[in-house]
Design a protein around this ligand. Structure first.
Ligand code: GUN
Length: 300
């Protein structure tokens, strides 16, 4: 049976380190880190993610600037709001929750976030730096989903390393090529000297490629797509999928499942992250860490 990597425990450790630093920063320098969380419209999933981010800010002593905008807002007006947050010296991190309504060009909006406040790491220039050898984004997050507090040590890598998994020289397969997870995850693994293959919707027989992987990063957004029989014995499996599936037995009417069939895969894998409770708790934690780092830049 695989060792289950508990993201909640790792995230909690990092969160208490952040809280200590936030306290110190406030007491010694009178500087309270600030995170602006911008949401457009009423998507239920986005509302729930944003709620978690704002709650976590409050728990750690980070000031949250809540910007709730109507679905019909124009792109120009949204960009104006971003510019105001860029200019606000009490705001050290800005995130615009995705996806945005169809009439808004996401890339255009993300490009307007000041580079040093880009806590999600979604600014095209920061992604570009991630792709280049020897350079890193200002705040390496993805990347928020996968990174740990030390800029160059992504959390999935940290989770793996803490579990005794070597990345250097290993075969890593990333399933999915989204701008938010798959693509940056593959670049991060490449930087960590893995041999990286990306599997996507046009890959024929992905199972044959995944079966070769020492490390699997699942970010396809397809519930339980990766079967237990696709996993190489002893492989490390990091499941970034968070898919809501109907579950009438729950009050909410749904439950979250990953891209990996956890029950099956955990019989073969060496290490595996659960959903929920694996990579998810790291996402919010890294935003907070990056906001703290953003604030520290003002006193150093
Ligand atoms: N939508 C889904 N995941 C994320 C995320 O990590 N950041 C933002 N801004 N939007 C998202």
């Amino acid at each position: 049976m695989a060792t289950v990597i508990d993201g909640k425990v790792v995230a909690q450790t990092i969160r208490s380190e952040i809280a200590d630093e936030v306290r110190l920063l406030s007491q010694k320098y009178g500087k309270v880190p600030g995170l602006a969380v911008v949401i457009v419209g009423n998507r239920k999933d986005s509302q729930s993610y944003v709620g978690m981010k704002r709650k976590a800010c409050a728990e750690l002593g980070i000031k949250s600037f809540d910007v709730d905008l109507p679905e019909q807002i124009s792109q120009a007006e949204l960009i104006k709001q971003v510019h105001e947050l860029n200019a606000n010296t009490d705001v050290h991190g800005i995130l615009v929750q995705l996806p945005l309504p169809k009439h808004i060009n996401e890339e255009k909006v993300l490009s307007e976030i000041s580079l040093e406040k880009d806590v999600d790491g979604f600014h095209p220039l920061n992604i570009g730096k991630l792709a280049m050898k020897g350079r890193d984004p200002l705040l390496l997050t993805l990347v928020s989903k996968l990174c740990d507090p030390h800029y160059t040590k992504p959390a999935c890598l940290e989770l793996l390393q803490r579990s005794g998994v070597t990345i250097k020289g290993k075969k890593a397969v990333v399933v999915g090529r989204s701008n938010i997870v798959g693509l940056p995850a593959s670049l991060l693994l490449l930087k960590a000297d893995a041999t990286v293959t990306i599997v996507h919707s046009h890959t024929s027989q992905p199972e044959n490629i995944i079966r070769e992987a020492d490390i699997v990063i699942a970010a396809a957004g397809q519930p339980k797509m990766i079967k237990g029989s696709w996993i190489k014995p002893g492989a490390a499996v990091i499941d970034v999928g968070t898919n809501a599936v109907d579950d009438p037995t729950r009050k909410s009417g749904y439950r979250l499942v990953g891209d990996v069939d956890f029950e099956e895969a955990s019989k073969t894998a060496g290490w595996i992250t659960p959903v929920p409770g694996g990579v998810g708790p790291m996402t919010v934690t890294m935003l907070l860490k990056n906001t703290l780092e953003g604030a520290k830049r003002y006193i150093e």
